[in-house]
Write a protein that binds this ligand. Structure first.
Ligand code: GDP
Ligand code: IMO
Ligand code: MG
Length: 420
């Protein structure tokens, strides 16, 4: 039995992972990010104060919780330093609390530049324009600058030169853009690294030590299952593996794979950027969900597309992540809906098809309609006391996903939670 936990998004991201990680962090010795980059935007309310974390694990608000960034994370030093400054300005001390893997591949400003140029073409997929795709491409193509490269000046210079040459060819020939100066890239990189150097270390050793001393580790997923580069709605996905099973590689600690997996899902569905979305609503109900749920991207501020809960997709996610339990967030957003729909199947040319059909842009959702509860859920703190309609909604999810809903979130604040 492991006393650790892997927390992952089960939809297209923004399920409320940050809030749930923050809530659990008080019970854990460490929190570790294992994939993604600063495309993530995890929102946490501490009282009335709002924090949006992009790279720093959402456990940072507890003094006893150590925070780690594993080697599966693609690391922008600029974004990291900006986030550290913002937290320090608000009185959060990171000294001795944050360790980042020396094996992380670095995301440089040139990656963001290429991402933006690509997004400005007709092949746009609606990325966060942060450079995530190009940076992961470099990692796989063995071109990345790794954090440990900064420890050897000669090696660094030759790697930067090769990388800049590669991108300058693209910039000039494909995009008709000005080339980048390799010396500027090198200088900039050295300066930023100097400011962040104290945070780098061996994450594998630290996680192992915490584990061997009986400590507990919470692994914080970013994005969501349906954005996984292999199992998501390709090519409308992010460039990392978002599934719980990527935790071993991404954290660098092999025993992480034995932890139970908690999936987080909204009581409805949202998506930012392009790509298929079977239950998307274009009517008043969609606008109402967006308005009540404040559905604007935490990273880019873009309006999120909204739709009803999709149990076909959630069943797929539950299986792929081997979920031990589920947390349903934002149930309160449905408080004022007289009728609530839940997608229980997809129809294509008169046949019922599964998520795996991969023809999601063509399927028609089959809905089950249930009565709404028509009252505020915010003051409830016991599952038994919830209105019957809300319990029916939760039980529908459990039945279809064969997964227990162990947690319900009924508001954005830390303690707006119903535990079962
Ligand atoms: P993450 O990326 O999965 O961490 O999610 P985001 O932070 O991008 O988006 C979730 C949004 O929903 C944030 O604005 C949260 O403050 C908010 N939120 C989280 N849980 C709840 C909830 O139960 N009810 C309401 N009304 N808002 C919530
Ligand atoms: P959190 O961790 C929602 C989406 C982008 C785009 C696609 C590819 O806050 O849940 P990328 O910049 O990664 O190359 O963009 O993935 N995307 C997210 N959507 N939440 C996120 O993170 C996301 N991170 C990336 O909108 O559709
Ligand atoms: Mg988010």
């Amino acid at each position: 039995m492991s006393n650790s936990l892997i927390l992952v998004g089960t939809q297209w991201g923004d399920e409320g992972k940050g809030k749930i990680v923050d809530y659990f962090s008080k019970q854990f010795n460490a929190v570790c990010r294992f994939q993604g980059g600063h495309n993530a935007g995890h929102t946490i309310y501490k009282g009335d104060e709002k924090f949006v974390l992009h790279l720093i694990p959402s456990g940072i608000f507890y003094d006893h919780t150590s925070c780690f960034i594993g080697q599966g994370v693609i690391l922008s030093l600029d974004s990291l330093l900006e986030e550290i400054n913002q937290l320090e300005e608000k009185g959060i001390d990171l000294n001795g609390k944050l360790k980042i893997s020396r094996y992380c591949s670095l995301l440089l400003p040139l990656h963001a530049k290429i991402d933006q140029l690509r997004e400005d073409t007709k092949n746009s997929i609606g990325t966060t324009r942060r450079g995530i795709g190009p940076a992961y491409e470099d990692k796989t193509a063995r071109r990345s600058i790794k954090a440990f490269d900064l420890e050897d000046s000669d090696l660094l210079e030759s790697k930067v030169n090769a990388l800049v040459d590669y991108y300058n060819y693209q910039l000039e020939t494909i995009h008709g853009s000005d080339p980048i100066d390799n010396l500027e890239v090198l200088q900039d990189l050295k300066e930023t690294y100097q400011k962040a150097a104290k945070y780098f270390g061996d994450v594998t050793d630290s996680l192992e030590a915490i584990h061997d001393n009986g400590g507990s580790i919470l692994y914080e997923g970013a994005q969501g299952t349906l954005l996984d580069v292999d199992y998501g709605t390709y090519p409308y996905v992010t460039s990392s593996n978002t599934l719980a099973t990527s935790v071993g590689i991404g954290s660098g600690f092999p025993k992480s794979i034995y932890a139970d997996v908690l999936g987080v899902a909204k009581a409805y569905t949202t998506r930012v950027g392009a790509g298929p979305f079977p239950t998307e609503l274009f009517c008043e109900n969609g606008k109402k969900i967006a308005e009540i749920g404040h559905e604007f991207g935490a990273t880019t501020g873009r309006p999120r597309r909204c739709g009803w809960l999709d149990l076909v997709a959630l069943e797929y996610s539950a299986k792929l992540n081997n979920l031990a339990s589920l947390c349903i967030t934002k149930l309160d957003v449905l408080d004022s809906f007289e009728k609530i729909k839940v997608c229980i199947g997809y129809e294509l040319d008169g046949q019922e098809v599964s998520f795996k059909s991969r023809l999601l842009h063509k399927v028609k959702p089959i809905y089950k309609e249930i009565e709404g509860w028509n009252q505020s859920l915010n003051s409830f703190n016991a599952y038994e006391d919830l209105p019957a309609q809300a319990k029916q909604f939760i039980e529908l999810i459990e039945e279809r996903t064969k997964t227990k809903v162990s947690l319900i979130s009924n508001g954005p604040n830390r303690n707006d939670l119903i535990l079962r």
